[in-house]
Design a protein around this ligand. Structure first.
Ligand SMILES: CC(C)(COP(=O)(O)OP(=O)(O)OC[C@H]1O[C@@H](n2cnc3c(N)ncnc32)[C@H](O)[C@@H]1OP(=O)(O)O)[C@@H](O)C(=O)NCCC(=O)NCCS
Length: 189
């Protein structure tokens, strides 16, 4: 298994087509999907035919430097969820989106913060990233807490995408947080 990144308690590795069932199971938990779809699971065929191919296409575009990666606990190797650090398709390579989705069983242990901190360090010191951004629903407090603990700052309020208008809390819109390399550098000093 190629290791992309290691944090204190987790290891990240690239995904493969054979990982579809892990993603299907992750997205079948209504609590995980609450602020993404309102709780609806991602249909298995969508994971196999759209989600996985788009992740693999990302590796072709950026190599295994940037993209979406599976996270496993070092202790026991259980699948914990995924993290991404990736530019927008067609956007500048030095601006990357941070994202995370973890199994409910591992929430509240600080995993999202721990791995995201390691991802920011890798992006800013090894991969030439200049700015990292993340978006979530205004009401997704756990996700915003992670962004704030990373030192990301609220850049703007964003409208709710049409396909999320039925999600509870969507009337409050979304938020975009950002952190630039210079800000991150200052926090390390
Ligand atoms: C968002 C998510 C990745 C956070 O993962 P996590 O490993 O539990 O996060 P951490 O433990 O690193 O930090 C979460 C912080 O939010 C707090 N938190 C956790 N659940 C919370 C809740 N229901 N309400 C408010 N705060 C909450 C934690 O206490 C912690 O803050 P603290 O360390 O200051 O006390 C996880 O909840 C998740 O996968 N959610 C479903 C998918 C999702 O919404 N992804 C983001 C979409 S943009």
């Amino acid at each position: 298994m190629t290791t992309y990144l290691e944090s204190e308690r987790l290891t990240l590795r690239p995904l493969a087509a054979a990982d579809a069932d892990l993603l299907i199971e992750l997205d079948s938990d209504p609590a995980v999907m609450r602020y993404l779809t309102g709780g609806a699971p991602t249909p298995p065929e969508e994971v196999r035919d759209l989600v996985i191919p788009s992740i693999l296409a990302g590796y072709e575009r950026w190599g295994h430097d940037l993209g979406l990666f599976a996270a496993h606990e070092k202790d026991g190797a259980a699948f914990a969820g995924w993290f991404c650090l990736r530019p927008l398709r067609g956007g500048p390579r030095e601006e990357a989106e941070l994202g995370y989705r973890l199994r409910q069983a591992v929430w509240g242990r600080g995993y999202a913060t721990e791995v995201s901190q390691a991802l920011l360090a890798k992006g800013f010191t090894e991969l030439g990233i200049r700015m990292v951004w993340a978006e979530t629903m205004t009401v997704n407090r756990p996700s915003r807490n992670v962004m704030e603990k990373l030192g990301m700052t609220l850049a703007e309020c964003i409208p709710t995408p049409d396909d999320m208008k039925t999600v509870e809390g969507s009337e409050h819109g979304g938020v975009r947080y950002e952190i630039r390399k210079e800000q991150w550098d200052r926090r390390q000093a």
